[in-house]
Design a protein around this ligand. Structure first.
Ligand SMILES: *Cc1c(COP(=O)(O)O)cnc(C)c1O
Length: 421
């Protein structure tokens, strides 16, 4: 059984992290910022949610100010906006590019609007040019959420946002089981964030050690054979493995949310993150991008599925959301065929605030309701993609065609990806 996702964390990383837990000496998050290649100013902290909360503290906007946000995000971001007495106003996304339209953002601006928060979702990159122009014209701060989009440090890339936020939480690319880096255009703002962050209490080494142990276990069960065993065991205990997995990787859940995010990362986390960033190369993502494009081609040749984000300027398919007629039966059939696919992920559709006259984000709703997030990662091969595409189509009662073997794009893929290992 292919698990829904594999952690981007090697056994060597885990071992390195454990050794760091035993070392004495204190390392500040600025250690990560020093190695961050960027034309802006780097700020590092425990998580994107920690940093976003700090950012809103630093900006100290008047209560009732509005933030225009991409209509799909994670719940924590909305909790933070609310905590600061601010109002999230959703802007809908285009399904094919996952980008909000600049004109639509413009139509939502009032004299209360202060920020625009745009997320690059599912591994895709949005073209920010028009949105950045508009933010500048209206003197709004533009913040981009790159938590699902990391494909290398931003030096020399699209850096027109005022703040870009990168997450290295457990399910993210190049994870250190936590940590975040913000690229900040204005130096005074970066300094202010650093100053505020330095007052938080530090997470302990033993906390991080236990975290490494927990994710060693989760990593172990994410292999094909062990994952099947794990599901069997959980079933025997009468539990829902789906819920169990989601709960175990969420982080900062429960009533203690703000106490948990308002912390400094422990030294071993900082050192592990610095190592991951230094050693990062985009090769694995390149393979993933090729697999994703082939899978998309198969799904669209044999059926006419829409894949959210397929037309974005770039996409490495951090996850692969295919919109199907009957997601529940596709999910069940995939499980029978040896694929563990997720639905809904951990995202929410941002609802228009009550009493505010703005359109409900229909496309965001369609994406969350219709998407099945297909597993896609190394060491899957084109053979696996073929099985996966067939399983999706077979499992979808709204599709009638029986797929034929697709090998059109096999030739364009490196040897290592073309064989099942
Ligand atoms: C994961 C994620 C976050 C939060 O990142 P943390 O570092 O875990 O706080 C924020 N936004 C999006 C879109 C995410 O996927």
């Amino acid at each position: 059984m292919w698990a829904r996702k594999r952690f981007d964390l090697s056994w060597l990383d885990i071992g390195y992290g454990m050794i760091q837990c035993a070392r004495i000496g204190s390392v500040d998050p600025s250690f990560v910022s020093q190695g961050w290649k960027d034309s802006r100013h780097a700020f590092s902290c425990l998580s994107v949610r920690t940093g976003f909360d700090l950012l809103l503290q630093a900006l100290a906007l008047p209560r009732g100010s509005e933030i225009i946000v991409s209509a799909l995000t994670i719940e924590g971001m909305l909790t933070i906006i609310e905590e600061h007495g601010l109002v999230a106003v959703p802007v809908d996304l285009d399904i094919d590019t996952l980008a909000p339209k600049a004109e639509q953002i413009e139509s939502l601006i009032t004299d209360k609007t202060k920020l625009v928060l745009v997320a690059h979702l599912f591994g895709s990159t949005i073209d920010l040019e028009a949105i950045a122009g508009l933010a500048q014209r209206h003197q709004l701060l533009l913040i981009e959420d790159c938590a699902q989009q990391f494909d290398g440090m931003p030096e020399g890339k699209q850096d027109i946002a005022d703040v870009s936020m990168y997450s290295f939480g457990p399910i993210k690319t190049a994870t250190a089981l936590g940590g975040a880096v913000f690229s900040v255009a204005r130096k005074e703002l970066a300094d202010q964030l650093t100053q505020l962050e330095s007052q938080y209490p530090k997470r302990s080494r033993s906390f991080f050690f236990r975290r490494l142990l927990k994710y060693s276990f989760l990593k172990f069960i994410s292999y094909k054979l062990s994952f099947a065993c794990f599901i069997g065991c959980v079933k025997l205990c009468g539990k829902d493995y789906n819920k169990l997995l989601k709960k175990s990787t969420r982080g900062f859940s429960g009533n203690d949310f703000f106490r948990l995010i308002r912390r400094r990362p422990s030294s071993p986390l900082v050192v592990l993150l610095a190592r991951k960033l230094k050693r990062f190369n985009g090769k694995a993502l390149e393979g993933q991008r090729k697999l994703g494009n082939c899978l998309a081609e198969m799904l669209q040749n044999d059926a006419d599925y829409q894949i959210a984000g397929l037309q974005a300027p770039a996409n490495h398919f951090w996850v692969f959301p295919v919109l199907v007629g009957d997601p529940e039966s596709v999910e069940l059939h995939l499980r029978v065929m040896g694929f563990d696919a997720d639905r809904r992920g951990s995202m929410v559709v941002v609802q228009p605030p009550s009493g505010r006259d703005c359109p409900a984000p229909e496309n965001a709703r369609v994406i969350l309701d219709q998407a099945v997030f297909l597993p896609l990662y190394y060491p899957m091969t084109l053979g696996t993609m073929d099985k996966l595409a067939r399983a999706v189509i077979e499992g979808d009662p709204t599709q009638k065609s029986v797929p034929t073997q697709v090998d059109a794009c096999v030739r364009s893929v490196p040897e290592s990806l073309a064989q099942d290992t």
